[in-house]
Design a binder for this molecule. Sequence first.
Ligand code: NAD
Length: 254
Amino acid sequence: MTVKNIAAKIREMIETSRQCAIFTGAGISTESGIPDFRSPTGLWKNNMPIDFRDFVASEEARVEAWRRKFALEDKFLAARPTRGHKAVAHLIEIGRATCVITQNIDNLHQASGIDDNQIIELHGNGTYATCLTCHRRHEMQWIGEVFKASGLPPDCTHCGGIVKSATISFGQSMPEQKMREAEAASLACDLFIVLGSSLVVYPAAGFPIIAKRNGAGLVIINQEETELDTIADLVGHNDIGDVMAPLMDLQAGS
Ligand code: NAD
């Protein structure tokens, strides 16, 4: 299907739906310069992820995790909301969608103007860090300065615990409250729109399935095929910005 036809079809599905839920992955942010994980140019071409248990057990793993984090920091700091983020913010602002469920950690949905309480971050947020013991927040700038000066990440200044980016790594428990909120949103909607996810990371990729099984329509916009394409009502292997930008003139429903 052409981009124009996909955009027209999504418009029609949104206009005839009662309530949409939007689910985003790394693909919505690539236009901002932040690479995704699994595309041919994605981050995993060079770096396998560091498991949470290794991060906790090994200083070497922690140093490597922070080295990777700061190697990408300039890209994250320079990134601005994409056409996809802006379209999602618009759909929420006009009340067509109630929330965005995101796997992303880049804070770009917040930067696009969506309220925190309408953003369900399943994998946390990489713009700050927390202590794994006392859960106090620590700022990236301070951690970056210590890391640059000593080659080691700092320990928590309050309790001496291990400090980690406030993201959910493989092997780390999912945030229970966010999981409940995402499930409720998936069950409450009658249209579930996936933007830029390979849909291979579970449990996050289970939400489109929950929505579909509950009777919602399922739309997937992703440049590459996903394993859930076969159960979707509309699939576009297109660029998210190209598909979503024309929806910026959608009006609130009656
Ligand atoms: P993924 O890398 O597995 O999949 C991204 C998908 O987006 C790919 O299939 C790719 O084809 C598609 N894509 C890329 N650019 C696109 C575009 N402009 N238009 C349409 N499709 C596009 O990412 P995922 O499914 O989100 O899962 C990986 C994990 O990666 C998540 O848990 C997330 O926490 C983490 N991650 C986040 C960021 C971020 O916050 N921006 C970046 C990299 C990885």
